[in-house]
Design a protein around this ligand. Structure first.
Ligand code: GCO
Length: 464
């Protein structure tokens, strides 16, 4: 495994999925609060009202991170907690919460990684059109400035957006996620305005945070046709640019992928592309599995199909293909030429406490083992991967699946809020420790060789 001192092992979470306290201390509604209230949208009618109650229990959650031994924690800021109406007056109690969280992380020796947007748009801004309204780039820049002022003395790692392709496609194109819109124009507008907001926020953070290390978090994964039928192959070509390229291309190369250029063109104003393509410091990757795409009746004519029968799958049916992860890392390395941080990778499993009060999750361990080995292969082949973060620290609110899917290294009993480290958490702790020890051993070996060489050189010099 790579060096522990230069390589960062972490865990990731997001605000809406864990914080709870959704009506407390002045927090405004987000589009996910509204979506949860709509009948039939979320499995079992679950909501984010309490979630993991991380808002009150963060000291305990940081203690768990220390037990695991992570060097970094990626969380997201809830925009409506710090700006209840999305703009205008800030909510001091909300800012105080993130202040406290950051201080406690630093005191525990854990580097804070703050993501500005993990899907919980203030409802007040959605009422003004949300990501369809071009003014949002200014609102987002102001929100970034507020956080830079308040946290930028201690937080250096900022991500603008998490998985922009998912929240635009599912939220504005296919109507599967909040705010539940399915409209071609809305989708393309949202894509462009998110990109513009990214560039504006990068400028703000760069100007106001000393030594900032900035990026965005993208999904990238191979998209394969689910069958060799012509319509599934064509659907795959329609789907892949939305998923893989709609954000990284403009952000890094200042143009949209060819397949989308015409549809997005009407929303582009002079100067936009240069404003979007601001230099960043790293490429954030979320990756779980490849996609198997089939033709479907929706506005992009493509949907998720089943993988071929020989492909192994997780408890929730996601394909397990570590080689695709290795290849994705290499692809990103060669395409974008930036250090890579894997900011989400992990799996859901049907985890239960046994009679002894333990959680055995061998499937998660097997998945993480295979995927970290694939990452190691990519590193050996030259990919500049600098960190790896497991999704997720805690079992949490898994969007429209509610609490039915458990992604945590830590089991959460949602009735009592009791936390239990799963076997995979102990496995991860071991991996991190071993990586550190093997690095120290490697350093020592290197020093020994250098001493030997120096000795030999000195001996030669003397005999000369
Ligand atoms: C994301 C992801 C997470 C999910 C995880 C498991 O946007 O980063 O959707 O929030 O919980 O990917 O599905």
């Amino acid at each position: 495994m790579p060096a522990a001192d230069s390589f960062l092992w972490g865990v990731s979470t997001s605000s809406f999925q864990i914080e709870g306290a959704s009506h407390l201390d002045g927090r405004g509604d987000s589009i996910w609060d509204s979506y949860c209230r709509q009948q039939g949208r979320i499995k079992n009618g679950d909501t984010g009202d309490v979630a993991c109650d991380h808002y009150h229990r963060y000291p305990e959650d940081i203690a768990l991170m220390r037990d695991i031994g992570v060097g970094a924690y990626r969380f997201s800021i809830s925009w409506p907690r710090v700006l209840p109406r999305g703009r205008g007056a800030a909510n001091q109690a909300g800012l105080d919460f993130y202040d406290g969280l950051v201080d406690a992380l630093l005191a525990a020796g854990i580097e804070p990684w703050a993501c500005l947007y993990h899907w919980d748009l203030p409802q007040a801004l959605q009422d003004l059109g949300g990501w369809q309204n071009r003014d949002i780039a200014g609102w987002f820049a102001d929100y970034a400035a507020l956080l830079a002022r308040r946290l930028g003395d201690r937080v250096k790692r900022f991500a603008t957006f998490n998985e922009p392709c998912v929240f635009t496609l599912f939220g504005y194109g296919l109507g599967w996620n909040a705010p539940g819109i399915a409209d071609r124009g809305a989708l393309h507008q949202a894509i462009h305005h998110v990109n513009l907001s990214h560039g504006r926020a990068i400028d703000v953070l760069r100007q106001s945070v000393a030594n900032a290390s900035l990026g965005a978090i993208h999904n990238r994964q191979p998209c394969y046709p689910a069958t060799t039928r012509e319509e599934d192959v064509a659907a795959t070509w329609r789907f892949a640019p939305y998923w893989n390229d709609a954000f990284p291309y403009p952000q890094h190369f200042a143009h949209y992928p060819l397949e989308l250029a015409e549809a997005i063109e009407p929303y582009i104003k002079p100067g936009d592309m240069a404003q979007i393509a601001r230099p960043v410091d790293w490429f954030g990757l979320n990756h779980y599995s490849p996609h198997y795409i089939r033709a479907d009746v929706n506005l992009i004519g493509a949907g998720f199909g089943a993988p071929p029968v020989e492909v192994r799958r997780t408890a929730i049916g996601w394909p397990i293909v570590p080689d695709a992860f290795r290849d994705t890392l290499l692809d990103i390395h060669h395409r974008f030429r930036l250090p890579i941080y894997v900011l989400e990778n992990g799996t859901a499993a049907d985890d239960k406490l046994d009679e002894a009060g333990r959680v055995q999750d061998p499937a998660r361990i097997a998945y993480l083992d295979a995927y970290t080995r694939a990452m190691q292969e990519a590193i050996r082949a030259g990919a500049d991967v600098k960190g790896y973060f497991v999704w997720s620290l805690l079992d949490n609110f898994e969007w429209t699946s509610g609490y039915s899917q458990r992604f945590g290294l830590v089991h959460v009993d949602f009735a009592t809020q009791k936390r239990t480290l799963k076997a995979s958490a102990h496995w991860y702790a071991d991996l991190i420790r071993t990586a550190r020890t093997s690095r120290i051993a490697a350093d020592r070996a290197e020093r020994d060789t250098m001493t030997e060489r120096a000795g030999a050189a000195a001996a030669t010099a003397v005999s000369d």
